[in-house]
Ligand binder design. Structure first.
Ligand code: ATP
Length: 202
């Protein structure tokens, strides 16, 4: 299997930008958010279990999961949220393992926004954290999305802190500068990871 680099960071820290830069260097990217949607696609066993548990109203007319409705059902129902996580987390975890092990680039990037929160360290060989001050996160997210600074703050409060992420980081990208500075940091890490991957094989 290839060397697996776990990529994480808070909301709007620049994970997508960093993933795109690694992809541009020919590196396979496995995105946990994509896998999380895949396990509840129409036809997936988990979607049937969700519909059996919450009722058919949890599906849209086209048979897709109604994410908004599901969010509402679990929002102030810790037991329902726990039930859902117990169903989905092992499935997503299994897919993460399959896809990373099947990657064909010398190393691969497994992008997991909530790597620290969901304690997924064991799935990766190294943890790469995209770090930025909260003020910049707030500014970039409110520029990108139609959300208020208060909404961003609520999400920031629900996520791990910068300090918690940095405490488990093997490598850190500082994304407080320009996109050009970001790209140079990625290129430097790419060289390091290629070397590590080579040594892992030897
Ligand atoms: P989320 O957690 O919300 O999915 P993310 O961590 O994937 O976010 P990005 O979407 O990559 O973050 O970046 C957030 C926003 O900030 C985007 O609009 C992106 O274009 C912009 N951005 C990222 N890095 C920089 C930078 N160095 N300079 C200026 N803008 C940036």
């Amino acid at each position: 299997r290839p060397l697996i680099i776990g990529l994480t960071g808070g909301i709007g820290s620049g994970k997508t930008k960093v993933s795109d830069l690694f992809a541009g260097l020919g590196i396979d990217i496995i995105d946990a958010d994509v896998l999380a949607r895949e396990v509840v696609e129409p036809g997936a066993p988990a979607l049937k279990q969700i519909a059996d548990h919450f009722g058919k109203q949890i599906l849209r007319a086209d048979g897709q999961l109604n994410r908004g409705a599901l969010r509402e059902r679990i929002f102030s129902a810790p037991d329902e949220k726990a039930w859902l996580n117990a169903l989905l987390h092992p499935l997503i975890r299994q897919l993460m393992q399959e896809r990373t092990h099947a990657a064909t680039s010398p190393y691969c990037i497994l992008a997991i926004p909530l790597l620290v929160e969901n304690q997924l360290h064991t799935l990766v060989d190294r943890i790469l954290v995209v770090d930025v001050q909260e003020g910049i996160q707030r500014e970039r997210v409110t520029t990108r999305d139609k959300v208020s600074a208060q909404q961003v703050d609520a999400i920031l409060a629900s996520q791990a802190s910068r300090a918690q992420r940095l405490a488990v980081a093997d490598d850190v990208i500082d994304n407080s500068g320009s996109l050009e500075v970001l790209s140079r940091q990625v290129e430097k890490l790419h060289q390091q990871y290629l070397l590590l991957a080579k040594n892992l094989k030897a």
